[in-house]
Design a protein around this ligand. Structure first.
Ligand SMILES: Nc1ncnc2c1ncn2[C@@H]1O[C@H](COP(=O)(O)OP(=O)(O)OP(=O)(O)O)[C@@H](O)[C@H]1O
Ligand SMILES: [Mg+2]
Length: 298
């Protein structure tokens, strides 16, 4: 049986005086134990909403999420969550941040200390355990966030753009560290990212979501040896394939734009044309900034 089963989930947001917004509709997929799965998709397509539901912070309107045979209904120590921008507790030291979930779990002092030593070892944070987050570099904060999420030995690690705020040069280095950390902990991961290159570097599988009701456009298995070679033809071919899929997923949103009341179809097309070019440029640059050779013959 798969470790994680997402079975026909639908999420609808309702706001006063606005039509109901169907963010995800009848979405299903499974994740096997030990797999590293990335979610790619246009901004606003529901990636964070999905991850938040996997974490149990939000419940689906229909369908269900099952983790290791148990229905997910609330947050729990079987899921480690890394929020965007790490969200470390700024008033706690590295050690206190890491130990937080172990204290919640009521582990003994001895067990807490053993686990702390293990986690400092795999994250190369020895010597920094008494520092506060503000005294650490972005990369170190990111490592603290990941090991804090790993502290309670969760079944699954849920990462929402864990490297989103980090610049490109540092990012590749941190992707390598993240890959080693996750492999060391032998954990299952679902990660949201905007970066195609990153998804190919880290994942066993990349799920591409469309802007329209978070449908799964494609589920791509990345069949490359680890550690991955970003310069290899195979790597570039996956980046190229996924970049194209994300482009298609973005286009769907444009087709989907509703004509506001009082506008004719012609007006709407004209207006969409302007916003389309602008939005498209912004979106594709977000996805393809790091992609060097995206056109590789298949
Ligand atoms: N609590 C909420 N109430 C109402 N609408 C919401 C709520 N949370 C999210 N939404 C809407 O649901 C849609 C999906 O949001 P979500 O944050 O999941 O997108 P995303 O794919 O993570 O986008 P991004 O890539 O920009 O982070 C958006 O249109 C957003 O405005
Ligand atoms: Mg998001």
């Amino acid at each position: 049986m798969a470790l994680l089963e997402v079975k026909g989930i639908t999420k609808i947001f309702t706001q006063k005086k606005k039509p109901a917004h169907v963010v995800l509709e009848n979405m299903s997929f499974t994740v096997e134990r030990g797999q590293y799965v990335s979610l790619l998709g246009p901004s606003g397509c529901g990636k964070t909403t999905l991850l938040t539901m996997l974490g149990g912070f939000l419940t689906p309107d229909e369908g269900q999420i099952v983790l290791a045979g148990n229905k997910v209904e609330r947050p729990g120590p079987d899921r480690g969550f890394v929020f965007q921008n790490y969200a470390l507790f700024p008033w706690m030291t590295v050690k206190e941040n890491i130990l937080y979930s172990l204290k919640v779990k009521k582990l003994s002092k001895k067990e807490q200390n053993e686990r702390l030593q293990e986690l400092l070892e795999i994250s190369h944070l020895f010597g920094s355990e008494n520092k506060y987050p503000v005294q650490l570099s972005g990369g170190m904060q990111q490592r603290v966030a990941v090991v804090r999420a790993l502290a309670s030995r969760p079944e699954i690690l849920l990462l929402d753009e864990p490297l989103g705020a980090i610049d490109f040069q540092m990012r590749e280095l941190l992707q390598e560290e993240l890959a080693a950390l996750v492999q060391g902990a032998k954990t299952t991961v679902v990660m949201v990212t905007h970066d195609v290159n990153e998804s190919v570097y880290l994942s066993d599988r990349v799920i591409v979501m469309s802007a329209h009701k978070g449908q799964i456009v494609q589920d791509v298995y990345i069949d490359l040896d680890r550690p991955r070679d970003r310069q290899s033809e195979g790597f570039k071919a996956y980046v190229s394939e996924l970049t194209e899929l994300v482009r298609q997923a973005f286009h769907e949103k444009v087709v989907d734009i509703e004509i506001p009341p009082g506008f004719t179809e012609k007006d709407a097309n004209y207006n969409n044309q302007i916003s389309f070019t602008d939005a498209y440029n912004r979106m594709t640059s977000k996805y393809t900034n790091n992609v060097t050779n995206t056109r590789v013959a298949k």
